[in-house]
Write a protein of this length. Structure first.
Length: 301
């Protein structure tokens, strides 16, 4: 009997969410809905509209498997969320927790504003957020890069060495490199036109001689530039190459940091660097830029 009642309650909740789409929501039903159902709707209706939908979907699926997803919305109070936050901080970095809290807050806010969730306030608004970790200052040494490139030659797929060199020469993000199509490459003008970027703006990326040589060495001139180089494949191949090379605490995204710093060391202006990398503010550029004083010394003479 209890099982049947439970199934009926689940059906009623689904009907409540369907009614939310029709603007005919019985508020009490949504308050009894488990958080997992709101996550499902967010994945179906909101995440697909975002550029970072792949990584967000993975994060939301992990959240859906957590104990937090089993709470009814009426039970998802600030103390419950604070307890979850503290537990997560023992498992992952503060930056990860901040991103997860931001998603949870957005799910609840959209449910309140558009899906008929009858909560007087969003419990995340006044919840104390973790202190962000200090910006990374990791730059690979020349010896580390040489070791990584040697190991990259052995990587499955055969794309890693070219991708690493290309990342350092262009400052492009992992997803931008993985998604690069020949339609947006102009070899004669030595430039790339990026139309889908993280911040939503288009930008042109000039090609150095090394970057141009990487592109000219590719076997195909149509479709994806780096065949088989999905974001996940790049991430795993780079991690494995670093491990084999004995290089610790280096992420693929650090290569963008390295590229940005090298641009400044070559004497490019703030505006020139921003136009290449797509950074929108001085503070963002400062996060990525930790210049080598030795390489700057000759500019003082």
């Amino acid at each position: 009997m209890h099982a049947v009642e439970g199934e009926l309650d689940a059906i009623k909740v689904w009907l409540a969410i369907d009614a939310a789409r029709a603007k005919l929501v019985p508020y009490a039903d949504l308050l009894r809905a488990p958080f997992s159902l709101l996550i499902d709707r967010y994945i179906a209706d909101v995440t697909p509209l975002k550029k970072g939908r792949s990584s967000e979907t993975a994060r939301l699926n992990a959240l859906r498997r957590s104990a937090l997803a089993t709470y009814k919305m009426a039970e998802l109070t600030r103390p419950v969320l604070a307890q979850w936050r503290d537990a997560r901080l023992k498992q992952v970095a503060s930056g990860t927790v901040l991103r997860e809290l931001a998603i949870i807050q957005n799910i609840i806010e959209i449910a309140r504003r558009e899906w008929g969730l009858d909560l007087a306030e969003n419990p995340l608004v006044l919840l104390k957020k973790p202190t962000p970790a200090p910006p990374r200052e990791r730059r690979p040494t020349d010896a580390e890069l040489d070791a990584i490139l040697r190991e990259a030659e052995r990587s499955r797929g055969g794309f890693l060495r070219d991708v690493v060199v290309f990342a350092i020469e262009t400052g492009m993000r992992q997803g931008e490199i993985a998604g690069l199509d020949w339609r947006f490459v102009n070899l004669s003008q030595r430039r790339i036109h990026l139309t889908m970027t993280k911040n939503g703006s288009t930008r042109g990326v000039p090609l150095s001689r090394k970057a141009l040589a990487v592109l000219e060495s590719q076997p195909s001139r149509s479709g994806s530039v780096f065949q088989g180089a999905t974001p996940e494949a790049i991430k795993r191949a780079f991690q494995n190459a670093c491990k084999r090379a004995g290089v610790k605490d280096l992420r693929f995204h650090d290569l963008r940091h390295e590229a940005t710093s090298r641009y400044f060391e070559k004497g490019l202006s703030m505006m020139e660097v921003a136009s290449i990398t797509g950074h929108k503010s001085l503070s963002m550029l400062q996060r990525y830029t930790h210049l080598d004083a030795g390489k700057l010394a000759h500019r003082l003479d």
